[in-house]
Write a protein that binds this ligand. Structure first.
Ligand code: BGC
Length: 632
């Protein structure tokens, strides 16, 4: 029991402590600004008839420093502490880190979630709408039921810019249907080392192909087909600027990874000749946002490189859009949070994917401006770039009505099926085993990727690291596709492990569908990408019960198969085809031709890595060169 007179002191103590905390917070420049002007009445920036530049300048002239800094913050939606923080802090962007879903992970659930955030942002003093970003890297695949297109490596194999533009356009429609307005795609990384866990996110290691397909993808996402307007549809973000894909094995700055987030050793000449051209092309095509990578150039984190961002990208290339940093990348710059934010913003990062602590960010950056560590002109320049993109997206002028497109519509699925067929690469075809004869009697299908949509979709599908099994609505597994497309009189038998009754009557053909389990980012870094022992045993069992065997590789990258492929009668690389497995069967049974080629060299051994511009490290010949692909 505390005596009464002590209780009094306790209250006094609590009161004084609270008072001190409030005063310190206020004088240290706590969030609430002392003189926020009232909202302007009938401001020029709200008038859609006024030229874009004028609208941006007008809006900027009304903004307080705090409102400007808020625009530079990009926050993961699960880090928002109070809904009202979106308007209080005037946050510039929100994102769903992959797997950052609404409570009800349905198109309607997404619409409700995003519109709640957008309405909240519009209720701020100046009513600046928030950007909402997702990684729609192979369709709007955060949402179950969306069309899952082949991962970029498959689109790279197709080499078909018109197809890529259509895929991006269909993806844009599915994104729009959920009210989202920004996608962190396409990927411009160029992999030199198949041990990297992000190879499948890339089109190719060839800058010319990346430029061509990347531009097609940007057009497809951004073009606004629904109305005669100069606005863009979905904001595209080529990533990751610059040198990503060329990191050295064992150089990662992340203790869990080996090469992802590592060091790009390329000299400046190589950076400029090899890695820069696709970004130059992206800028010409109309990219309004570019993401800085998590890799380092020498000992400098990309987000800290004023030379690469400010001098090269903005001044030399003439990029007028905004640079967004990647995930927690800014805070990986050494020196603590304050120094990291100052360094990145001064280097030219315009929007910081924090993605967590927006309150700390606003307070640090405001302090930095007051201290003269960040010039106010830099803040104005960053915000001008962000607002320009927002006006260009029509965010200030559109109502919240979202596109009525159905996610996973039959038209989009048909397009995805076409894309799958166009992405398959035929590496080997002894005695013209493929296309499969129309008179084939029995086909035995085996392999743990044959009837597993999670595997064929790969990562960045509902979950960051992907899913296992067949629960994606409306999707077709490769096995189901074979059953659908095979001639009527053909018998299809299936056993994932290839354990068929061993008897003298061998099947006419065995199809083994094997490959990698899903992985994302550095979690997919591996010292030797190969066909697993389990898969090899399955193929072996299938060979014992089938006259000939076709091996279909479901994989995000070339695997080391130099010895193994000798025993296979035919070999097809299906990459990560997505939800429409029937596209594989279309080509196997000759309804469609093989037209795709390898978008990167296929190494014969690990010793050949990295392979830089087609040249192996040990000088030996690769198993298949870039652009190899048999046809029929
Ligand atoms: C990845 C980016 C991605 C971002 C947002 C990061 O981990 O490197 O490519 O856009 O997350 O999800």
């Amino acid at each position: 029991m505390i005596p009464l007179f002590l209780t009094k002191y306790l209250y006094l103590l609590i009161f004084c402590t609270l008072l001190i905390v409030i005063l310190v917070y206020y004088f240290a420049g706590g969030f609430f600004s002392k003189d926020v002007p009232p909202a302007p009445s009938n401001p020029v920036y709200k008038d859609s008839a006024v030229a874009l530049e004028e609208r941006v300048a007008d809006l900027l002239s009304h903004m307080t420093l705090e409102e400007k800094i808020g625009q530079m913050a990009l926050v993961e939606k699960n880090s928002i502490q109070e809904l009202s923080d979106i308007s209080t802090y005037g946050l510039g962007g929100l994102l769903s880190g992959f797997g950052g879903r609404p409570d009800s992970n349905t198109p309607q659930g997404w619409k409700n979630m995003v519109s709640t955030f957008v309405l909240e942002s519009r209720s701020s003093r100046l009513g600046i709408p928030v950007l909402y970003g997702v990684d729609a890297i192979h369709g709007h695949t955060n949402v179950p039921g969306a069309t899952v297109f082949p991962h970029f490596i498959g689109l790279g194999a197709s080499g078909d810019a018109a197809l890529v533009e259509r895929v991006a356009n269909a993806t844009a429609q599915e994104i729009l249907a959920t009210g989202v307005n920004w996608s962190y795609s396409p990927t411009y990384d160029m992999p030199q080392d198949i041990r990297w866990g992000r190879v499948y996110e890339t089109f190719s290691d060839d800058p010319a192909l990346v430029s061509r397909l990347g531009s097609a993808y940007i057009r497809g996402l951004q073009e606004n087909s629904s109305e005669a307007t100069s606005t863009i549809s979905i904001l595209a973000t080529p990533k990751h600027y610059i040198g990503a894909g060329g990191m050295t094995w064992n150089s990662s700055s992340n203790e869990n990874f080996t090469i992802d987030q590592g060091i790009t050793p390329a000299d400046e000449d190589t950076l400029r000749k090899h890695y820069l051209p696709p970004f130059q092309k992206a800028v010409e095509t109309g990219a309004m946002s570019i993401m800085a990578g998590l890799n380092s150039w020498g000992d400098t984190k990309l987000a800290a490189s004023s030379y690469l961002i400010q001098t090269v990208l903005k001044e030399e290339v003439g990029f007028k859009g905004f640079v967004v940093s990647d995930w927690y990348g800014v805070y990986e710059i050494p020196g603590g949070n304050y120094t990291a934010a100052v360094t990145a913003i001064n280097a030219g990062v315009d929007m910081v994917m924090l993605p967590f602590d927006y309150k700390g960010f606003v307070s640090d950056v405001r302090r930095a401006v007051r201290n003269g560590d960040i010039p106010e002109e830099r803040i104005n320049d960053a915000v001008k770039r962000i607002l320009t993109a927002k006006f260009k997206l029509g965010l200030f002028d559109t109502s919240l009505a979202v596109d009525p497109t159905e996610l996973g519509s039959s038209a989009h699925r048909a397009l995805a099926r076409e894309a799958v067929a166009q992405s398959l690469v035929l590496l080997k075809n002894n005695s013209k085993l493929l296309p499969i004869s129309q008179s084939v009697g029995t086909i035995r299908v085996a392999g743990n990727a044959a009837d597993n949509i999670g595997k064929q979709a790969g990562a960045w599908t509902v979950e960051w690291q992907g899913i296992d099994g067949n629960w994606l609505p409306g999707a077709t597994s490769i096995l189901q596709g074979i059953q659908e497309v095979a001639p009527k009189n053909t018998t299809i038998e299936f056993d994932a492990g290839g354990n068929f009754a061993f008897n003298s009557a061998k099947a006419d053909l065995g199809i083994a569908v094997v490959g990698e389990a899903p992985y994302a980012e550095g979690w997919g870094d591996t010292p030797k990408p190969a066909v697993s022992e389990e898969d090899m045993a399955t193929i072996q069992r299938l060979r014992q019960s089938s006259k000939k065997v076709v091996v279909i590789l479901v994989t995000g990258r070339p695997l080391i198969i130099t010895d193994e492929i000798r025993d296979w009668d035919a070999t097809v690389v299906a990459w990560l085809p997505g939800s429409e497995g029937a596209g594989v069967a279309d080509v196997l049974f000759g309804r469609k031709p093989f037209t795709a080629t390898l978008p990167l060299p296929w190494p014969a051994s690990i010793e050949q890595l990295p392979i830089s511009e087609g040249t192996t490290s040990d000088g030996s010949a690769v198993l298949f060169p870039r652009y190899f692909g048999l046809r029929y």
